[in-house]
Design a protein around this ligand. Structure first.
Ligand SMILES: NC(=O)c1ccc[n+]([C@@H]2O[C@H](COP(=O)([O-])OP(=O)(O)OC[C@H]3O[C@@H](n4cnc5c(N)ncnc54)[C@H](O)[C@@H]3O)[C@@H](O)[C@H]2O)c1
Ligand SMILES: [Zn+2]
Length: 691
């Protein structure tokens, strides 16, 4: 997990520092009191780090009971249940380097290697302590200020994983996290809105609001996972967790125990990678010394144990402004609201749009254009909006009006399912999809215009591009004003489109967030449709211009398109890209000598627009090239091994100048970039593709 190293700067003045302390305290007070949030977790964490850095730099500025030194930054709500032993916070690390340092410091502190570390998920919920007497659940309390918490027995009894009775009549204390799964979050908000209450903004606040609710107007589901126990003997932590599981309590049992830091880091990384698929939110990993003897030697400060640490993952939830809600009609007629966002960075990725799932959800989550919304992005999953900050809603905001008719074909909408659909299903998008497929820049099927597409779709003959290849001359000839001759011509045009390069197939399929040049780049990079379909989100990002957001969308689109691609392939449509050259393997003399396939991988002869090292020249085509459209001109550049670009700069290697060229040609001359007349370019294309 690589992250930009950054230094936390101390505050310049004592007044700034004090103001930050107040801000932290206020935020913590709101956070621990219930579902409301003053700021993003990431902002809170950064502020806390700055407060700590300032205290390091100016110990004399430090305020009494600094939030860096007390549990819950001093914001925990004190109750009347006194804990058997303080419930502490955890110190944080944010990267590999500081985790290694922490482990070294711990070993120095105890004077010997740590016997083993457990790695547990840090579930994003609320800490509780649950007492069992003779196997019966008798009391549950929140962490509070660490010394005493509030009694939440009634609400906590409903948490899945925290049973009313243990499998054996033991008297023990169980500590762990109460949280809400993503699925239960939807249920909870459904109940909230049904009773006229504002929905929760995200699962953590839903868990807090539910557990701390004074009046129980609804019964939202909660879950529990234990990560601590008292009264089960003095074996290792991992054994205690296994014992809890045996007693019927959901726990972190089965978590990896590592003896080397490298294994430990691998376990942390595995948790981070899998975090999007858990079905509930985690905000980090918790690493603990497994053996009680090690823990005892290390001890604790007033705020946190020294034998454990939280490795915080980059925040997966941020707030931003919802600029607009757009309605998208998918290929199968599914109608979904899509959020257009003020760009926001979430765990290193700029997010500009998010899914809102469906129209019910929009109501349930009470989200309106103009709202400040919580956006969650977990790993390679399309970002979603979990809720809005209702206290920041503009006074003039109005609810979003869902469409009454299909925004694409004006047809009826089927609202019987959660996911609304155009009643015309695939046929709704067929016309658009087919004209796009047949267009000159895509498969270039001459004679397949709007009228014909209307006829074949209305007759139910064609719903997706693959159906085109099944069209028979006799069938078409029977259409009004068609005739044998034009029907034959059309069928021939359709059939001969099968040899078009894969990049045009991709363009024709209309993969969201890709256009013609991106389709070409994808096709040239992967070479075959098979390789493209097998590409992971990470593989896709190797293609120039494909960032994480686009990669996720392309991957999702390809999954959706797989059936039609399979049908096209079955009909003999070409799924390879002619300009594709397998990239030579990384220079490794040993591999060259022993690898029998190495000979196959030697780079092919250079194409006219490739540089000596095989990389593409950057080429700008301006003005018209005889016989080619602008798109075909760009396509030709790539077929000749170059990379087409729209603007002339010092990095441009070649400018093709045709009739009607304007300022770009002038700029090329000014910069001394090589110029090629369009006729010469056309000739080059002719000779190269003939060879
Ligand atoms: N947005 C805000 O305004 C705001 C305000 C206060 C706190 N916060 C968030 O809360 C964090 C600090 O809160 P904290 O002091 O309650 O927590 P912490 O970071 O000090 O960690 C301790 C807590 O982690 C939880 N936990 C989850 N899994 C665990 C496991 N396997 N083992 C042990 N503990 C586990 C427990 O609830 C425990 O109390 C901040 O980093 C911030 O993200 C946000
Ligand atoms: Zn429609």
């Amino acid at each position: 997990m690589t992250r930009l190293p950054f230094m936390t700067q101390p505050f310049p003045t004592v007044a700034d520092y004090r103001a930050a302390v107040t801000q932290v305290r206020d935020a913590a007070a709101a956070y621990y009191a219930g579902p409301d949030l003053a700021m993003d977790d990431a902002v809170y964490d950064a502020l806390m780090q700055r407060v700590a850095a300032t205290e390091d730099a100016h110990p004399d500025w430090k305020v009494e009971d600094s939030p860096t030194e007390v549990v819950a930054a001093g914001g925990g709500v004190v109750g009347d249940v006194v804990h058997s032993e303080p419930m502490l916070s955890l110190d944080n690390v944010f990267n590999e380097d500081t985790l290694r340092k922490w482990a070294l410091r711990l070993e120095k502190l105890i004077g010997r290697p740590v016997a083993g570390f457990t790695v547990e998920p840090k579930i994003d919920g609320l800490a509780i302590a649950a007492r069992y007497e003779d196997g019966r659940l008798v009391q549950v309390a929140t962490r509070g200020d660490g010394r005493a918490g509030e009694d939440v027995t009634g609400q906590a009894r409903r948490a899945a994983g925290l049973p009313e009775r243990l499998a054996e009549p033991l008297t023990i204390e169980v500590r762990g996290e109460v949280f809400m799964t993503d699925a239960d979050f939807d249920v909870a908000n459904g109940m909230r809105t049904a009773t006229g209450e504002p929905p929760f903004a995200h699962p953590r606040s839903a868990a807090a609001g539910t557990l701390l609710a004074q009046d129980r107007t609804y019964d939202a589901p909660l879950s529990f996972v234990a990560y601590g126990a008292r009264g089960l003997g003095d074996g290792p932590h991992s054994a205690a967790m296994a014992e809890l599981a045996r007693l019927g309590v959901s726990s972190t049992a089965g978590m990896p125990v590592s003896t080397s830091i490298d294994d430990l880091l691998a376990a942390v990384e595995a948790l981070n990678t899998g975090r999007g698929t858990l079905g509930y939110g985690i905000d980090g990993a918790v690493i603990k010394a497994d053996q009680p003897a090690d823990r005892e030697l290390a001890g604790s400060s007033s705020r946190a144990p020294r034998w454990g640490i939280a490795y915080k993952f980059p925040a997966d939830t941020r707030t931003t402004r919802l600029k607009a809600i757009e309605v998208q009609v998918g290929r199968t007629g599914v109608i979904t609201p899509v959020a257009v966002l003020e760009p926001v960075q979430i765990s290193g990725v700029i997010v500009t749009s998010a899914t809102l799932h469906n129209f019910d959800d929009l109501v349930r989550r009470n989200v309106r254009p103009g709202d400040t919304v919580f956006v969650r992005r977990a790993g390679d999953v399309i970002p979603e909006i979990t809720g809005a900050k209702l206290d920041e809603r503009p006074a003039d905001s109005v609810p979003f009006e869902p469409p009454v008719r299909c925004p694409r074909c004006d047809g009826e909408i089927d609202r019987t399912q959660k996911r609304w659909r155009c009643t015309r299903g695939r046929a709704c998008g067929a016309r658009e999809a087919l004209s796009y497929y047949a267009a000159r820049d895509s498969m270039d099927i001459e004679g397949l215009g709007g009228k014909l597409i209307d006829m074949v779709t209305a007759a139910g003959l064609v719903t997706d591009p693959a159906d085109l290849y099944d069209l028979k001359v006799e069938t078409l000839a029977a259409f009004d004003r068609m005739g044998e001759v034009s029907a034959t011509k059309l069928v021939t045009a359709i059939q001969s489109s099968k040899t078009q390069p894969m990049s045009r197939v991709l363009t024709g399929l209309g993969v969201r967030m890709t256009g013609r040049s991106m389709s070409r780049r994808l096709a040239t990079h992967f070479g075959t449709m098979e390789a493209l379909l097998a590409a992971s989100v990470a593989d896709l990002q190797e293609v120039e211009g494909v960032g994480p957001e686009r990669a996720v969308t392309i991957a999702a689109e390809l999954v959706e398109l797989q059936p039609v691609i399979a049908r096209l392939t079955a009909r003999g449509v070409n799924m390879t890209e002619p300009t594709y050259r397998p990239r030579p393997p990384a220079a490794s003399p040993a591999a060259d000598a022993s690898d029998p396939d190495a000979a196959d991988a030697t780079p092919a002869a250079l194409l006219p627009l490739q540089k000596e090292d095989g990389t593409p020249m950057t080429v700008v085509v301006t003005g018209s090239v005889p016989g080619l459209t602008r798109n075909e001109g760009n396509e030709a550049v790539e077929r000749l091994g170059g990379r087409s670009s729209g603007s002339v700069s010092k990095k441009t290697d070649l400018v093709v100048v045709g009739e009607g060229a304007g300022s770009k040609a002038a700029k090329a001359e000014e910069l001394g970039v090589r110029i090629m007349p369009a006729e010469e370019f056309a000739e080059l294309l002719r000779t190269t593709t003939m060879a």
